[in-house]
Design a protein around this ligand. Structure first.
Ligand SMILES: CC(=O)[C@@H](O)[C@H](O)COP(=O)(O)O
Ligand SMILES: NCC(=O)COP(=O)(O)O
Length: 253
């Protein structure tokens, strides 16, 4: 395959809103975080409007659409309510994610294979509105095949299990990483763009940056936490540096 292009970094600002909502006021402002991310070299902003509005809320999406100059990746569940909101705003990208009210965070990937006909109908108007449709899925071939069949432009492979295994020092991380790699190769062969995200930190992001098929990483929780210690701009710049170093490594081999 041809040398990989520069890897894009999308910054997820959901957990700035989590901190804001803990006190019920207006601060910290997710738009301010998004503008800082933009200034620090982010290629895009990701925001997940959950059905229960536990972090990002509807006015945040309005403010981001009006305020940022880089693309917005709007994450949402595949519900009629979210489709209406997405079509009203027409963000650059819409990433469909599975959601369970009782989960603490996004637990698995979207079951595209088990909901193929409905999702095909669901994404058609989003695509027709000019939005790039992305599906947040696991690395299983059946899910990747189904995503390709319904015409998704992008799949974002869920890195959460890999990151959890790495954090626990579990040797099963190697097999999970290999499965992510196989998934990326498979999705690329089917003509889709590959993104990765969930739970990434400096170390795990550098590892998946070496996959030449991967074009974008979306990272939030770790960077918002890290910004407490070093500031959001420096945390993003350090992530960018580590991703570029890892990517340069493959170009030199
Ligand atoms: C889909 C995804 O990985 C992100 O949206 C991430 O989940 C942040 O939101 P939560 O922490 O609410 O899951
Ligand atoms: N789609 C993944 C994402 O946006 C960021 O997830 P996380 O880094 O907050 O776990």
């Amino acid at each position: 395959m041809k040398p990989p292009e520069r890897l894009r970094l999308g910054i997820n600002i959901d957990h700035v809103a989590t901190i804001r909502n803990a006190r019920g006021g207006a601060l910290p402002d997710p738009l301010r975080a998004a503008l800082l991310a933009e200034a620090a070299g982010a290629d895009g902003i990701t925001a997940h409007l959950r059905e229960d509005r536990r972090h990002i809320r509807d006015p945040d999406i309005e403010a981001l659409m009006a305020g940022i100059s880089i693309p917005l990746n709007f994450e949402c569940a595949a519900t009629l309510e979210m489709q209406t909101i997405a079509l009203r705003h027409r963000p650059h990208a819409i990433c469909l994610v599975p959601e369970k009210r009782e989960e603490r965070t996004t637990e698995g990937g979207l079951d595209v294979a088990g909901d193929e006909n409905r999702l095909a109908d669901y994404i058609a108007p989003l695509r027709d509105a000019g939005c790039r449709v992305s599906l947040f899925i696991g690395h299983e071939a059946a899910q990747i095949d189904a995503a390709a069949r319904i015409g998704a432009a992008v799949v974002e492979l869920h890195t959460g299990r890999y990151c959890d295994l790495m954090a626990a020092g579990d040797p099963a991380a190697a097999a999970e990483l290999a499965a992510l790699r196989t998934g990326a190769v498979h999705a690329h062969a089917l003509g889709m763009e590959i993104h990765m995200g969930h739970g990434l930190n400096f170390e795990t992001a550098a590892v998946v940056s070496t996959f030449p098929q991967v074009m974008e990483l979306n990272i939030g929780h770790f960077l918002i936490g890290e910004s407490v210690f070093r500031g959001l701009g420096p945390a993003i710049e350090e992530m960018r540096r580590r991703m570029d170093m890892a990517r340069d490594g493959i170009q030199q081999t």
